[in-house]
Design a protein around this ligand. Sequence first.
Ligand SMILES: *[C@@H]1O[C@H](CO)[C@@H](O)[C@H](O)[C@H]1NC(C)=O
Length: 275
Amino acid sequence: MECRDPPVLHDQPGKCASDKIFLLFAIKSIPKHFERRQAVRETWGREGSYENGLQVRTVFLLGRSSVDDPSLDKIVSFEAQLFKDLLVWDFHDTFYNLTLKEHVFFKWMLDHCPQVSFIFKGDDDVFANTQAILNHLKSLDPAQASTLYTGQIISDATPLRDPNIKYYVPQSFYEGPYPPYAGGGGFLFSGNLLPSLYHVSFYIPFYPIDDVYNGMCFKAIGINPTKHDGFKTFDIREQDRENPCVHKDLLLVHQRNPQQTMRLWRNMHSSMLTC
Ligand SMILES: *[C@@H]1O[C@H](CO)[C@@H](O)[C@H](O)[C@H]1NC(C)=O
């Protein structure tokens, strides 16, 4: 709870320097997920200039492996130098520390990427449809674009009280319902909300579930989430999961492994594809 300012081990201070960045992908990952990160780089997370010159950048957010894991520090360090897309902080990368990752990410954005138009925050095991995301963001009117917080919205959720499950929260820690929040597999928000989000994150105690914490922060700054039916954080019908045509109209599905992501991307961009 008190640890809020861990040192940065690998930084990318020039990430947003050159151009006006339209969309930044900020992907939560952990050190050992090399293959997942590479699948993202080769598919939906590709950096560069898209249709109409829109600039897209990608960063992966990491902490350190736990004491019980073999050290991956040297390999991660090599990866950071090679791809220049890793942000690594010196804290234990565990589920309960995801909110800390959120907080240091806000800080990093304000320091190094304050002019970004939109941020996609998500997991390293999702499939995102980059062109559909860009089209959606382009279609927003100025009022929507400056107050965006969208994804698959979970409303009326309450803490789970079974001590044996991952999302268990004891009564002594939190009572009452959760604010509506966008599922943490992947959601979008406006870059100009970053200063207020960072500011309120000092006043709202860290919460062990990071997407719920986000919901609390957005609520505190007076932003309501808007649902978008193209975000499928609980996946789609089993028979549609390999179907590129079904994915053309979606913005995000959770979850896909690296091989499924590669295959889906290739099929979606095939010149033979007729939907
Ligand atoms: C979060 O990271 C800090 C700093 O590495 C560590 O001391 C703490 O045990 C971690 N918390 C959890 C719940 O893993």
